[in-house]
Every structure is written in C-alpha cells, then in structure tokens.
Design a protein around this ligand. Structure first.
Ligand SMILES: *Cc1c(COP(=O)(O)O)cnc(C)c1O
Length: 233
C-alpha cells in the first residue's frame, strides 16, 4: 500500500492544526509538542514519503520492523522511537537503530539496555505506566513507578526524561482524560520525590491526541490519522 505525498501533506496539515489548537488551549505552543508519526506495518518507503512531507520523528513497535527499515533509511536525518513492548532478548538488535525508548516498564529491561549501550551513548527513555489497570497492557503500575525510577535513574546510559502511557482502548472522553491526568500527576509526584526533572509526557494517539495535549502531552504518537487504517496491529 502506498500513500501519496500530496494526501499525506493534507492530513499532516490537519493534524498539525489540531495540535496547535490543543497546545494553545493548554497555554503552550505547537513547538512544545513532538509529533511522532507511527509507521508500524508500513514499508520504509512510507517513511521516506513522510520525511519529504516534513516529518522527522517516527514510531515503531516491533523490533523486526525496526531492524528491517532502519538500515534502509540511514541517508535520512530522523529520530526512530521504539514505542512498543520490548523483550530483553531483542535489546541488542534494536539499540543501534533507535533514538528514543518509550516503553521502559521493568528494571530488568532497563538493566539489559544499560548493559548493551556502547560506552558514552546516552539513550533518552520514558517509563511506561499503565494508567488504566487494563491487564492486557504493559506498563508499570502507578504504585511501582517510584521504585522503577529509582532503579533506572541509577543506571549508566539511560536518561529518564519522562513518562509514557496508552489511554483506554475504548473509553469515554472522561476515562481517556482521567488516564492522561493520572500520568501527569504521577510525573509531578515522581519529580517531587526524586528531585529529577521529568519534562516529557508521551501520551495520545490518533483518537485522543488533542485531549492528551490539553493535559500536558509533549509527545503524541499518531499513526492512522496520518497514514490511514492498518490492516493489522
Ligand atoms: C499503533 C500505536 C500508536 C498509534 O496508533 P494510531 O491509533 O494509529 O494513531 C500509538 N502508540 C502505540 C504504543 C502504538 O502501538
């Protein structure tokens, strides 16, 4: 499946307009929000088209796709964000290709990342928190967040910049907003407890990114609104 540059430019303009309005409603500007274009299931050629449209941050959720597409894109200056669940035995393969990791949800994973990072490399990471208590979702519980931060913060190479969550998969607007408010409040609590700066909040997808920005999102992960429906995942 291919996406035409012209169609993509139109959709991108719409999405950027909604980002701008939501940022304004939260007293911020569009520049405070990074649009991470989620290209999972699409080929590397789509990323090239999206790059031509002006996008520079891309999100993928599968190691196999990242290791396949990454080497095809080395001529482009871009950020590749790992936004999906990461198994420890795949850490080594994925690290050379990614710029950000959104899904640090357990100490063991963070330790493996620290062990595999080359000397001197600093990887910006988000701690993934399950704010909706949906058992099917990964993410540390809000109760475990402080312990996770203490452990990850002590590791070399990982720089914890903030938190990430996935909103309720089907919920009312109130449920969705409550999940994003909860992530922000957990962040505020962690900052007070640790004295660290945790400026980033990765929350909001195609269906709910405006709400997320109103509640403080700095990174929104948008796929289908830009590229159309996926056939799977
Ligand atoms: C697929 C995915 C997205 C993007 O979903 P859309 O609804 O297509 O915008 C965002 N975040 C994560 C973690 C995803 O897996």
């Amino acid at each position: 499946m291919s996406v035409e540059l012209h169609d993509l430019e139109e959709r991108l303009e719409e999405v950027r307009g909604e980002i701008r309005s939501a940022a304004k409603r939260s007293g911020r500007s569009e520049a405070d929000v990074t649009l991470v274009a989620v290209t999972k299931t699409f080929p590397a050629s789509l990323i090239r088209t999206a790059w031509a449209a002006g996008l520079r941050d891309f999100g993928e959720n599968r190691v196999q796709e990242i290791t396949a597409k990454g080497p095809e894109l080395t001529d482009l200056t871009l950020n590749l964000h790992m936004i999906g669940h990461l198994q420890t035995n795949k850490v080594k393969a994925v690290l050379p290709h990614i710029s950000h990791l959104h899904s640090v949800d357990r100490v063991h994973l963070a330790e493996e990342v620290a062990a595999r990072l080359p000397d001197g490399r600093i990887l910006p990471v988000f701690l993934q928190i399950n704010t909706t208590s949906e058992a099917s979702k990964s993410g540390a519980t809000p109760e475990d967040a402080e312990t996770l931060l203490d452990a990850v913060g002590a590791l070399d190479g990982l720089s914890v910049r903030g938190l990430m969550t996935i909103g309720p998969l089907d919920g009312t607007e109130d449920d969705i907003r409550r999940s994003f408010v909860s992530l922000r409040e957990i962040r505020d609590r962690l900052e007070r407890a640790s004295g660290l700066d945790l400026p980033w909040l990765s929350m909001g997808m195609s269906g709910d990114f405006a709400i997320a920005i109103e509640e403080g999102a700095t990174h929104v992960r948008v796929g289908s609104r830009l590229f159309g429906e996926r056939s799977h995942r």
